[in-house]
Design a protein around this ligand. Structure first.
Ligand SMILES: [Zn+2]
Length: 128
């Protein structure tokens, strides 16, 4: 089980996974609907951890929130609240992802004060 996220409340999604935040549970439900509508090929709410160090002897483990694939494309997703987005550990992992991540990492920020389902998509890979 993932550790409790900053200010976040553990929430069960429609697939009955227990997610560390409401924003993650909402995104999981969205991905389920996209999968039912055949807009995506597959999604995984518990992807395997990834070594971001580039060296198997000195691993820096990171587990993104979701893995998503479509026909001909795949990416990982991280759902971030306004508070956790600024944490140094996350910023470091986002940089390491740009160096050693296996494919694109899409970061979805939940804007506070708006509908939690309103996500702002930002790309990490290729960012300056
Ligand atoms: Zn879920």
């Amino acid at each position: 089980m993932k550790p409790h996220k900053y200010g976040a409340k553990r929430t069960v999604c429609q697939s009955e996974h227990s997610h560390p935040s409401k924003a993650e549970a909402i995104r999981c439900d969205e991905l389920r609907l996209l999968w039912i509508a055949a807009r995506i090929l597959n999604y995984d709410s518990q992807p395997e951890r990834i070594n971001l160090s580039g060296d198997p002897k000195v691993p820096i483990w990171y587990t993104p929130d979701f893995y998503v694939s479509t026909k001909g494309d795949e990416w990982y997703e991280e759902v971030k609240g306004a508070a956790t987005d600024k944490l140094p550990a996350w910023r470091l992992k986002a940089k390491l992802w740009r160096l050693h991540g296996p494919c694109e990492l899409r970061v979805r920020g939940c804007k506070y004060g708006t509908n939690p389902g309103t996500f702002e998509k930002r790309k990490i890979q290729g960012e300056q």
